[in-house]
Structure formats: structure tokens, C-alpha cells
Design a protein around this ligand. Structure first.
Ligand SMILES: O=C(O)CCC(=O)C(=O)O
Ligand SMILES: [Fe+2]
Length: 266
């Protein structure tokens, strides 16, 4: 079977690299120093001293990460994956594949179209109900759900990026299925430093605050050891929420999202 890919611009994966596209080289003036995030201290510690409580050095304050281990059971994970696999994936950049349940968005023109949006999928209703019991998510209302598939065969990864700030709100919620990986963070204020946050299989992670607004997040190709499925849920920004200039549009999107009768948009 001929393999194709969807990489644009500077993005690459093994498929387009085999066809001759050069991967972007990151020019490093210093070696990368890895700091491992410790969920007990909400700080990151330089590699080699990350086992709690035996940390050394000053550590790096890293606010804006919430982790709930074992958020879904093994049986639920199997059922979710079964459901997800019944829907076709669309090829995405950097060797990923995706499914999207949300409005069509043109971020450059700041346009949102709800015509093809039929809501979040039925199986996320219990996920949403459970999420609301966590204090950090007690008032979280999901407006879109995205499934990303990563595999070592496709060399899947995601380059450092900020999620959009104009449409999406502060909290990014991801349920991590099928294998462990590491979400890493970089920030211009801390050149040469990568903060590594573990994403264990079946855990839920919330990225908010400075981890969302100051630091870009990414996943290295080398941190995908097995097939991984990420279910990411996003909320609306204040502009699209109560009191915001586009709150009516926002409410209309939520009314669709929360029917939980959706099919993936192509
Ligand atoms: O795969 C993940 O957990 C991260 C995905 C991500 O950053 C995104 O979809 O914006
Ligand atoms: Fe992201």
C-alpha cells in the first residue's frame, strides 16, 4: 500500500522524509536540559533528581498542570477505543491521524461554522459527567472533542505550539489511551529547557494557567512507543462565553456539543 502523509510547511514524518523532505533542524546553542515535572510539588526538577522527595537544586515552578491517574478503567478504555475505531481517521501532520467533533474554524478569518457539527460523541457523556466531579473542571463545558492517533510506525509527533487563544478557553483536557507518553513544554523565557510531564495510560491531564499561556507544548517522536489515542476536549474562550461579544454564537455551539449525538466532521 502506498503511504501518504498530510505534512505541510516545516512539518515532516517518516513518509515524507523517505521521499526526500528534510526534517527541520533545530539549531541549538546550548544542550537541552530536561526538567521532570513532579506532581507532588507542582515543580519541575533537573533530570537526575526528580524522585520525590529527593529533589536537588532550586527546581522550576511549573503551575498549570493537573493529573488524574486512572481516570478511565481498562474496560472503559477498551470500549472507547472500540468506538473510536468505528469512525474513519483523517491524516494529519507529523504522522498523526485525527477525528474531530466540533465546529469548522477558520482561525485566520476568525470564522466559526457550525453547519457540519452534530455534537460530541455519545461515549463522552460519562467522561464529561466524571470530569465535572474534579474541582479543576467543575465548571468546564466542552465545545469540541478531538481524537489524535500516534503510532511509532508513522513516527507520529506534535511540534511545539500554543492552542488557539481566541476561540478556545484556558483549560485543555486530555484523556490518554493505549500507551504512556510525555508531553513536553518549552518557553522563550527559559531557553534550552524542556519540562517533561508524564501522561500515563488512562490518565487525564488538564493544562491551564502558565503551562497553557507561557509554555508551548509538544510530543517527541521518540516518546511514542506504541499506538496512542488522545481524546482532547476544549472549552470556549471568554469572548464566546456569557458576557462576551460573541456569546450567542458560543451558546449555539454548546447546544449542539452537549447533545452527545455527534459524528466526526470530515
Ligand atoms: O496528543 C496530545 O496529547 C496533545 C495534542 C495537542 O497538543 C493538540 O491537539 O493541540
Ligand atoms: Fe495542543
Amino acid at each position: 500500500m502506498e503511504m501518504s502523509c498530510a505534512c505541510k510547511g516545516i512539518r515532516t514524518c517518516p513518509v515524507c522524509e523517505a521521499a526526500g523532505k528534510q526534517p527541520k533542524l533545530f539549531v541549538k546553542d546550548t544542550e537541552v536540559r530536561t526538567f521532570d515535572y513532579c506532581d507532588r510539588c507542582m515543580k519541575a526538577w533537573e533530570r537526575g533528581s526528580s524522585v520525590h522527595p529527593n529533589h536537588m537544586g532550586p527546581g522550576l515552578a511549573f503551575p498549570g498542570i493537573f493529573i488524574q491517574p486512572n481516570f478511565v478503567s481498562k474496560a472503559e478504555e477498551a470500549a472507547f477505543v472500540d468506538k473510536i475505531d468505528k469512525t474513519a481517521f483523517v491524516e494529519s501532520q507529523s504522522g498523526r491521524r485525527k477525528q474531530d467533533f466540533g465546529p469548522k474554524v477558520n482561525f485566520k478569518k476568525r470564522k466559526v461554522r457550525s453547519a457540519c457539527f452534530s455534537g460530541l460523541p455519545d461515549f463522552s457523556k460519562p467522561i464529561y459527567e466524571r470530569m465535572k466531579k474534579l474541582e479543576v473542571l467543575s465548571d468546564f463545558i466542552p465545545v469540541e472533542q478531538c481524537h489524535l492517533e500516534y503510532t511509532p510506525e508513522r513516527g507520529s509527533s506534535i511540534d511545539p505550539h500554543f492552542d488557539d487563544f481566541w476561540l478556545w478557553g484556558e483549560r485543555l483536557v486530555t484523556v490518554n489511551l493505549l500507551s504512556d507518553t510525555i508531553l513536553y513544554f518549552i518557553c522563550d523565557e527559559h531557553p534550552g529547557i524542556e519540562v517533561h510531564v508524564p501522561m500515563a495510560r488512562r490518565s487525564l491531564i488538564v493544562v491551564y494557567g502558565e503551562a497553557r499561556t507561557k509554555w508551548k507544548h509538544a510530543i517527541h517522536r521518540s516518546d511514542i512507543s506504541d499506538r496512542r489515542l488522545a481524546i482532547t476536549l476544549r472549552e470556549l474562550s471568554s469572548e464566546f462565553s456569557d458576557g462576551g461579544a460573541r456569546s450567542e454564537e458560543g451558546q449555539a455551539l454548546l447546544d449542539i456539543a452537549l447533545t452527545f449525538r455527534g459524528y466526526a466532521v470530515q
